[in-house]
Design a protein around this ligand. Structure first.
Ligand SMILES: [Zn+2]
Length: 155
């Protein structure tokens, strides 16, 4: 795990983490995606970003609020940034997710899920919580693999 800095977060000391939200970066390269997640102008961030090789970078502490979900809703919950951990995957939206990347994602989700006792039906994609605006992590994302690992109930 490699720690990076970003100005894009809100300090918080008592939030309840109920969701894990998965994204793709929609960028051509990892470095351009990280640059954007660190840009004061873009005002976006996530807790973790995972490279194609499976390296995990942390940008925001889990206790703090990262800016990845935007206007979003799931059940009675709105604005899920407050209640979630956001994970970005380096992917331009059209390519397959390499095994190494998914392996690291699974490890990370297992750890977070256990730590905050998150139910598997609250491991979601950006597209689930903002269906009018977002399609990530997209049709290439292997929900079945997460499912097999008991980390999701999506297909
Ligand atoms: Zn997203």
């Amino acid at each position: 795990m490699i720690k990076l800095k970003t100005p894009n977060f809100e300090v918080c000391n008592n939030r309840k983490i109920k969701y894990i939200i998965i994204h793709y970066t929609d960028m051509k390269t990892l470095s351009s995606a990280i640059k954007r997640l660190q840009s004061k102008v873009a005002k976006v961030s996530c807790h973790y970003i995972i490279s194609k090789k499976g390296t995990i970078y942390q940008l925001v502490n889990e206790k703090d609020i990262a800016w990845h979900a935007g206007i979003s809703k799931w059940g009675k919950d709105i604005n899920l940034n407050d209640k979630s951990i956001g994970i970005e995957l380096d992917n331009n939206g059209f390519e397959d997710y390499p095994n190494k990347q998914i392996k690291s994602l699974i490890k990370l989700i297992k750890k977070i899920k256990k730590k905050y006792k998150i139910r598997k039906n609250r491991v979601l994609g950006h597209s689930h919580i903002a269906p009018d605006r977002k399609i990530d992590p997209g049709p290439k994302f292997p929900w079945k693999v997460l499912n097999r690992n008991n980390l999701s109930n999506l297909y």
